[in-house]
Ligand binder design. Structure first.
Ligand code: FMN
Length: 211
């Protein structure tokens, strides 16, 4: 059974940051998306893939504790935000090595929001032809409207001493619209992301919630 230092608590939102960059625009887009979530009380699991042990990722070691915990957080979430920079007309390799560790159908029954940033609009469609098929292969059937922003749509965040980024008003508006479907007015077949769920550990000891 996987042991964690902290008690296991439910996680309804998992936020995957797929850039290898420390001052990442796509991570800034992701943080803004979290702020825009209708359920202000949702405690998101923020997974910065670049902070996970590199050797474990490259050797596909899904049992390494930090990697296992991140994978469990994704699997226990109801809404998964996936942020990536566009690299060479596709999503980042860092995101790919993480997604490859998820079991088949890991995203089934979840809502997934793709977020991407690129140097220009030239590869706007990379999310559609590269990332969305991977999310669908993992079982995602409810993929929300992609929010894509170019580098020019970010400004320096004056409140961030580390010199981080903030998406402009038009991008923030698109995030609000993309996430509107997760509000209480959202889908009839899926409950809104508002009420906490109990954590669960099944009979085999597998962690299904680990924020
Ligand atoms: C290795 C590399 C490859 C890139 N390839 C593309 C590309 O094919 N198309 C594009 O629009 N931007 C490309 N870019 C620019 C990044 O997508 C863009 O700066 C993005 O906002 C970076 O996101 P990040 O700050 O989260 O890493 C590339 C940047 C790097 C470092």
């Amino acid at each position: 059974m996987q042991q964690f230092a902290h008690p296991i608590t439910p996680c309804r939102v998992a936020a995957l940051a797929g850039s290898p960059s420390a001052r990442s625009r796509s991570a800034a887009l992701l943080r803004q998306a979290l702020r825009a979530l209708p359920a202000a009380d949702a405690a998101p699991a923020e997974i910065d893939i670049r902070s996970l042990p590199a050797a474990a990722l490259l050797q596909a070691d899904a049992k390494e504790p930090a990697v296992a915990r991140a994978l469990a957080q994704v699997q226990s979430a109801e809404l998964v935000l996936v942020a990536t920079p566009i690299y060479k007309a596709a999503y980042s390799g860092l995101l790919k090595v993480f997604l490859d560790l998820l079991p088949p159908d890991a995203l089934r029954g979840k809502r997934v929001l793709p977020l991407a940033t690129g140097g220009s609009l030239a590869h706007l469609l990379a999310v559609d032809y590269a990332l969305r098929p991977v999310l669908a292969a993992l079982g995602a059937r409810e993929i929300l409207d992609t929010v894509f922003a170019t580098d020019a749509q970010f400004e320096r965040d004056e409140h961030d001493e580390a010199g981080g980024w903030r998406p402009d008003a038009a991008v923030r508006e698109r995030l609000q619209r993309a996430l509107a479907g997760t509000a209480a007015t959202g889908h009839a077949e899926q409950p809104p992301i508002t009420a906490p769920r109990p954590a669960s550990v099944d009979r085999s000891g597998a962690v299904t919630a680990a924020c």
